[in-house]
Structures are given as C-alpha cells and as structure tokens.
Design a protein around this ligand. Sequence first.
Ligand SMILES: *Cc1c(COP(=O)(O)O)cnc(C)c1O
Length: 430
Amino acid sequence: MHSDSARLLLRDRELLWHPYASLTEPGEVRLVTGADGVHLELADGGRAIDAMSSWWATVHGHNHPRLNQAITDQLGRDAHTMFGGLTHAPAIELAERLVALSPDGLDHVFLADSGSVSIEVALKMALQYQRGRGRPRRTRILALRGGYHGDTFGAMSVCDPVAGMHAMFSDVLAAQLFADRPPPADASAEQVEGWSEGFRRLAGEHRDELAAIVVEPLLQGAGGMHTYPAACLRVMREVADDLGLLLIFDEIATGFGRTGTLFAADAAHVEPDLMCVGKALSGGYLTLAAVLCTSEVAHGLAASESGVLMHGPTFMANPLACAVAIASIDLLIERDWRLDVARINHGLRSGLEPLRTLPGVVDVRTLGAVGVVQLDHPVDIAAATDAALAEGVWIRPFRDLIYTMPPYITGTPELDQICAAIGAATEVAR
Ligand SMILES: *Cc1c(COP(=O)(O)O)cnc(C)c1O
C-alpha cells in the first residue's frame, strides 16, 4: 500500500470513531479512494462490488451522472438556506413526489436530516396528536421485538429491548411496550393467527396508555433481517383503528422498491398514518429523511396546546439533498426499478439457495433485492469480510447474518460474483 494511505489509516485509528466500534480497539477499516457504479475502489489497489449499497442507500450505484448533475446544478443556485421563514423549489418538488408516490392519505411532509431524526419526529407527532385529540395520557409506543429504528434516544426506546441498547440506557429510555416479532414470511395461517391474537391482546390491555404502533413493514432490517407476512400489517392497521392508535411505518430501509413494491406498505395494501423514509431517498448521496403523515394527524397535532410541530433542524430541507433526492426518484421511476428488483431477486435466489446445505447455515431467504444467509452462530466478521473481498465483493455481516442489498443497477455477472463471495464468506464463517 502507498505510504500516504498507510499514514491516513494510522490517523483514522487515532482520531475517528467508526459505527458501533471502539476507539481504543478498532476493527480494521479500508481506505476508499473512489466509487463508481457498483464498484468501490480501495487504496490497496483492489476494486470491490458494493453489495451493501453503502448501507442500503445507493440504489443507482455511485457517481451517477444524473445525480451528480442535480447536485452540481443546485450548488450553483443555493447550497443551503435556512428553512425557517424561507422555502425553495427543491423542497416543494420533492414533497410533491413523495406525496404522489406514497400510500394514499399521506399528504404532508416533514423533511428531517437523518433516519433516526425522522423517527423522533414521527414519535413526537404521535404524542402531540394524542394531546391534540384530548388524550394526553397516551404517551407510550407499541413496537415489535427484533425492530430497529435508529440510534437517538427516542428511536432507541423502540428498538428491540434485548438486542438493542436498552440494557445500558434503561434508566433514561422511555418505557415502551413490545409485541412479539411476527412469524417468518412463510408462516402458516395458524401461526399468523396466533401472533395476531397476542398482538391484539397486548394492545388492548394497554390501550389507554398507547399513542402509536411503530414497525418496519415486511422486513426488520438491522434487528435481524427478518421477513414476515403482509397479513400482519393488516392486523396492525385493524388494531390501530380499533384502539385509536396511529400506525407508523418505518420504511427507511424498505422504501423505494427494495422489497419488491415501491413501499413495503403497498404489498399489504395498508395505508399507515405516518411513514418515515430515508436511506435510498437521496440515492445514497446526502443525509436526508422524511416523515409523511395524513391530514388527520396534521390537524390533530395542530390542536395540541403548542399548535405547532415542535421540531426544526438547522439543516432541514437542505436544497442539495432535496435536489439529488428528486433526481434519484425520477431515475427510479424511469428505470423501471420493478424489473431490476425482480431480476436481482431471481439472481440472489438461485445463487444463494445452494448455500442452505452448508453446515452451520440455518436459513437462506430473499425478499426483493435483499438476500440473507443466516448461520447458527455469530459470524467471524473479519474473516468473512476478507473472504468476500478476495472474491471482489464488499459485504458487512452482523451477528449471525451474511447478507446483501445490492444497487439496482447490479448486472447478472456481478450478482453471480456477489453470491460466490457470500458463499466464500459462509465457508470461512462457519
Ligand atoms: C437505518 C435505519 C434507521 C436510522 O436511520 P439513520 O439515517 O441511520 O439515522 C431507522 N430505521 C430503519 C428501519 C433503518 O434501517
């Protein structure tokens, strides 16, 4: 490796935290010198397919001319202006697109600066809504075991209470209510019915304390890549309606086609009261998220004592982020993402299914452009990463999971390469 790269990596170790990492005993990190299409260029001369879409965000790949152009054009007009008292076309045009594409009834938009913040805002909206509707004691949130909604305190409070960060912060986290994780996607009608009964009963027992239900529809991502039946979403909708709760869908991971429908909600024909999007919203270029809500929610929270929604980040509706999000959404619609996602699903299915017979593999599952191999023990992440990189593929396993969420532009030979790399990683990780 070039001595300059070695120097940078040394400084990285001294100065920087990486996600969920120790500063004093950091894991290995690799220096990226460029990214183009589905590929990352690494300082050691290697090139690797970004089979993570850089944490599920770069659906069109890296360095896309249309996305680059959208940012460059906006940069010449206005990189950032405050959103208090001012507005701009990129925010308005992005909101128009989001409202047009999202499930019916979601007609109003709050632009947040990250997925976690959008969850904070959605929870705050739900609490203000219940106050506005004269139910101030409804302050708790019903979430699912195995869920992940972000790293800020409100978001942490609705993450899985065991695998999440509850243990360390139990004294400071809001005490939310947790329902069982829904059964797997291939569950029988009886299993779904069993889960539904438990969910209904728990919600009913706590109806006077509950403000909202928050869930990742169809796919629980960072909490375990767990897929579950659309029927469970319809049960949640019924329970929310029966008990006067708001239904919040966290589509930060699932939004924009990843699971095979534009939003996971579409697969169940369920319309939530609030929906959070992020990650792929900006095509993976800039940090941006959004909360969409119904007019009922908007008017309800306006009737709370403050009258206003008590949130407003400094970089709210950043024009560069909005401009690239507009371009990304337009590209998605033009590209016929449905065909891409179906093709990727087919490639992942045929490439990963044979791994099921390897010792130590307990499950192989795919949903849309997501492919998961689950082991019966925690993955040796360093060994699995090295094995995949030797095959020219960048993956980032966690817990007992080796998985891919490739960019939608990933071609068939590259899909084969990703599956081979996951196979190699599985071999060394077992
Ligand atoms: C990533 C993620 C978040 C948090 O988003 P950040 O932008 O990392 O704050 C929340 N919910 C889900 C489902 C996610 O996948």
